[in-house]
Every structure is written in C-alpha cells, then in structure tokens.
Write a protein that binds this ligand. Structure first.
Ligand code: MLT
Length: 325
C-alpha cells in the first residue's frame, strides 16, 4: 500500500513536471542534424528555417552536418537521438526513405523511427551543365552524350541521394551512358561543376540558383511540367525534348519518434508560423523552390507523403536493381 502511494506520488510528480518542461521548451540550444555537407540544398533550407526557429523560440537552432553514405549516416544518427526535442532532423525525403534499401548497414525505419514536423520546400531538379560544355540545349546534350558513351560525368550527394537518383532516371529515360561521381553533398559537387571537373548535374534549384544567376553554370531544362516563374527562360524537359522526365525534391523536418507531443506541437506551430513569414517565403522562392501549399502544409501530410515515397522508392530500387555502389 505504502509502495503504491509512493509510486502514485512519483507518477503524479512526473506528470506535473512533463508539461512544465514542454512549456519551457526549448530551454537550451537545439541541434538540427543535416545529413549532407554544408552549402547544399538540404543545408541551405535547414539554415533558412533554423534562423526562423531560433528567432521565434528564443534559443539557437544549430546545424550539425553529419554527411556520408548518401545521407544515411545522418538518418541513423537522428533515429537514435534522444527524443526530447533537442535533436531534430532535416532531410531530403527521397534519400531518407531510399537509404535502408540501398545501404544494408543503415539500420533505421524512415517512417516508424521519425515523427513528421513539416515540409520545408519542394524544388524541381534541373539539368545543369558546366558553362563551356559544347551542347547548347537538352536535345544537343542527349545527342552529344550518345556520341560519347561513358564520357560525361555527373556529381551527386552520394549513392542514393536525390541528385544521384534523378540522374539515374535521366540516363535511363534519355538512353545515355553517363558516369556517376559521388560527393558528401551537392554543395561540394557544384563547386566542381563550376570549376569544370564535372560535366553536369541533375541539381535542385536550391543549390544551383546562385551559380546559375552568376553565369557559373548553364541550366538546360527544369524537370517539371511548367516553367518555374523565377526562371522563365529555362524550358521544361517536355519542351526541351525529354517528355515524361519530371523529378522534384522535398526537404522536410522530423523529430525522433517518441518526442513528447507538447514539444512536437511547439515545433509544428513554429513551422506553421514560418510558412506565413513573407521574408522566409521570399528567400525560399528566390532559390527556385516552393513552400508547401494547402493540403501539404501539415505534419500529417508529410507523414503520408513520407510513407508513400518510401513505398514508391523501395519498389523502384527493387525493380531497377539499383545498388548503392
Ligand atoms: C540530395 O539528395 O541530392 C541532397 O539534397 C543533396 C544535398 O542536400 O546536398
């Protein structure tokens, strides 16, 4: 009886403490794990939102780049982090869900081990080439690649990253034999494209926009059905001669599964406030990306999208017998 009442007291105290702790959240800096190198699209999106979260919640949201193995090193770290709200995770959805199928050592479940917070941005992929590559447009590029099989190389953020998968699809649909060069993020890969070591990339606007505007690289096509309003001069893949090749990336925030509901709610509320911030919207849109629209702007929508993408990529990986190396 006595033991029971002690237990009841202890549970009561815990229950009293828990909401207070959640109410005070965050009471110290929060780490955002980004599974690619600094300077790439996942990192840039995480920094834009991280600044907003820091300002709004009054604590620093600090980026930690945990790159390697196509982003799976960071996914594993985030899945194993204490679910207390002080470690959260920003990733590109495709490599996050494809990782375990490509890397047997990546022991995490992209759906069950993570609580969705919200989508940061959607960004179409672009076929971008080094500035002095002879082909002037996508048709010429495909003809040039066909005349030079196994000669054109492309950079990605590692085997299984979105920039890798997007180029695998591009090669298959264009019927060309191209060479993959993996990096720890598309930031460093883009540097080599600008330097001319790489021939092309299937890159996101979030990454290449600055270099494209500055003339460091050329964009041959955007892989979606409509031209991006901020880049009206870049044709769609259908207009440029490769209909059906459409690839878009989603960057999203998750917390490790089991994060207290009140803490999650605070993160979700802050995400909703971020969507309404005109300065944040402008920064994201300036990088050829879009904020989630109605129906896409909730954690539930991200959860459903993550599960759907996991099923889609697992099937594609099995069917295409895609290997990480
Ligand atoms: C990718 O999957 O290609 C990533 O988005 C790359 C990155 O963020 O660097």
């Amino acid at each position: 009886m006595k033991f029971r009442s002690h237990l009841a007291l202890a549970v009561g105290t815990l229950l009293a403490i828990a909401p207070a702790a959640a109410q005070d959240y965050p009471s110290k800096p929060v780490t955002i794990i980004v599974p690619f190198a600094a300077g790439g699209p996942t990192d840039v999106a995480a920094r834009i939102y991280g600044e907003f979260f820091s300002r709004t919640l009054g604590q620093q949201f600090v980026i930690e780049n945990v790159a390697g193995a196509g982003g799976t090193t960071g996914s594993v770290r985030a899945a194993r982090a204490a679910p207390d709200g002080y470690t959260i995770f920003v990733h590109n959805v495709a490599p996050h869900v494809a990782g375990p199928a490509l890397y047997p050592s990546a022991q995490y479940d992209p759906v069950k081990n993570f609580d969705p917070i919200g989508t940061l941005a959607f960004a179409a992929h672009y076929i971008v080439v080094k500035k002095d590559l002879p082909p002037k447009d996508l048709k010429e590029f495909i003809a040039y690649a066909k005349a030079n099989p196994g000669k054109l190389n492309y950079g990605s953020a590692g085997a299984g990253s979105a920039t890798h998968l997007a180029c695998v699809l591009f090669g298959q649909q264009a019927g060309i034999d191209i060479v993959h060069v993996p990096y720890r993020g598309t930031g460093p890969a883009l540097n080599d494209l600008v330097a001319g070591t790489l021939d092309f990339m299937c890159d996101q606007g979030l990454n290449m926009m600055g270099q494209y505007k500055g003339g460091g690289v050329r964009a041959l096509a955007v892989a979606q059905s409509t031209r991006f309003p901020g880049l009206p001069e870049v044709p769609t893949t259908a207009e440029a001669g490769l209909p059906g090749y459409e690839v878009s990336a989603a960057t999203a925030m998750y917390a490790p599964a089991g994060t207290p509901p009140a803490v999650r709610a605070k993160l979700v509320q802050t995400m909703a406030a971020a969507y309404k911030d005109p300065a944040l919207r402008q920064r994201v849109e300036a990088l050829a990306s879009e904020l989630p629209g109605p129906g896409q702007d909730t954690p539930e929508a991200l959860g459903a999208f993550t599960a759907k993408e996991a099923a889609r990529w697992n099937e594609a990986i099995k069917k295409g017998n895609i290997k990480a190396q």
